[in-house]
Ligand binder design. Structure first.
Ligand code: PEP
Ligand code: MN
Length: 359
């Protein structure tokens, strides 16, 4: 690769790739992505997400559009699966990554997923790479089973050239003469790619080995090689995985892998957590402001009908309904306090002459 390339610019330095609130690839602490090969049902992905989150995973994986060798094999739940994945990710605060197979799916997948995965079979689908580059989402680019490190880096160049430098490379095994594993984990190639570029590189010990019993040692080897993270297939009942059962580890084995790797707990990245809280505060403020605009209109309606602004029965009903619903992290008393303040502000707002009056 003689030309000047974006991908080899700043070789040796590490570009950080940030995904959601828990994952900072290239930040010095390995990022661990875990989850099933395929999203199988709403309940299943939620249970797996809960288990991998409490074991300390930083991100959730799950295939909704599956690149199966046979067109007759399970092809994934599609957008419905993606919605289940996104909901499970939100509930556990885990950013989600999922594979996108078709250019036409890039926009809908980018809307729901925090990171797009380009699978090994698509590594040289240049139209898809360009579309992922324009998606506005970070991209996880898997190495094709038959690609050299140069070809892999040039595939990344297609994403970078579209103005997206948030790319993480993933070594997932290459095809060799050795039949005892599904592929051959090329850790040396992965480290070489990392040295040649500024992109973070992670390893996928699941697809690289195809064997549950080799996932833990290869994961440890990848981390010992200084790679930036892992993507691991995990299932509550691995033998019943719809796809890739033989390489999928149980939630218990995953917890033991995380203990062995001794990574800092995911909540340690205080900076990212605070950024996420700041984002949420902005969103909440925007919603409350919209609520105020609506209640001001209601105030005008009340006035034009000669009704009083303060209607204690209606306020009590709102408070009761929300307190009953609560939230898994929100007590009824906390809900009551928050909405009592919102309702008081609404009442003050409605007390003014008209919705046009502003604040
Ligand atoms: C996957 O991660 O779900 C997958 C299909 O991997 P690969 O593209 O590496 O085969
Ligand atoms: Mn798989």
């Amino acid at each position: 690769m003689a030309e000047e390339l974006l991908v080899t610019n700043d070789a040796g330095k590490t570009r950080q790739v940030v995904v959601g609130s828990f994952a900072r690839f290239g930040g010095g602490t390995p990022v661990v992505i875990a989850g099933p090969c395929s999203v199988e049902s709403e309940r299943h992905i939620r249970e797996t997400a809960d288990a991998v989150a409490s074991a300390g995973a930083h991100m959730l994986r799950g295939g909704a559009f599956k690149p199966r060798t046979s067109p007759y094999a399970f092809q994934g739940l599609g957008l419905k699966g993606l919605r289940y994945l996104a909901t499970a990710g939100q509930a556990t605060c885990l950013p989600v990554v999922t594979e996108v197979l078709d250019v036409q799916d890039v926009a809908p997948v980018a809307e729901l997923a925090d990171m797009l995965q380009i699978g090994a079979r698509s590594m040289q689908n240049f139209g898809l790479l360009r579309a992922a580059g324009r998606s506005g989402r970070p991209v996880l680019l898997k190495r094709a089973a038959g690609a050299t490190v140069d070809e892999w880096l040039l595939a990344a160049e297609y994403i970078l050239v579209e103005g997206n430098d948030q790319v993480v490379l993933c070594e997932r095994g290459i095809r060799s003469f050795e039949p005892s594993t599904r592929a051959t984990l090329d850790l040396a190639g992965a480290v070489a790619a990392r040295l040649r570029s500024s992109l973070p590189v992670i390893a996928d010990p699941s697809h690289a080995t195809g064997r549950r019993d080799l996932v833990l040692p290869m994961a440890a080897a990848a981390i010992a090689s200084g790679l930036d993270g892992l993507i691991v297939e995990v299932h509550k009942d691995p033998d019943r995985s719809i796809s890739d059962a033989s390489q999928t580890i149980s939630t218990e084995s995953f917890a033991s892998l995380m203990r062995k790797l001794q990574l800092p707990p995911r909540t340690r990245d205080l900076g990212l957590l605070r950024d996420a809280v700041d984002d949420m505060d902005e969103a909440i403020l925007g919603l409350i402001d919209r609520r105020m605009a609506l209640t001001a209109r209601i105030g005008d309606e009340k006035r034009s009908r000669g009704l009083p602004v303060w209607q204690p029965g209606r306020e009590e009903a709102i408070l009761q309904r929300l307190a009953d619903r609560g939230g898994s992290h929100l007590s009824p008393a906390a809900v009551n306090d928050i909405w009592a303040a919102i309702l008081a502000a609404s009442r003050t707002r409605q007390g003014r002459a008209s919705a046009q009056e502003g604040r």
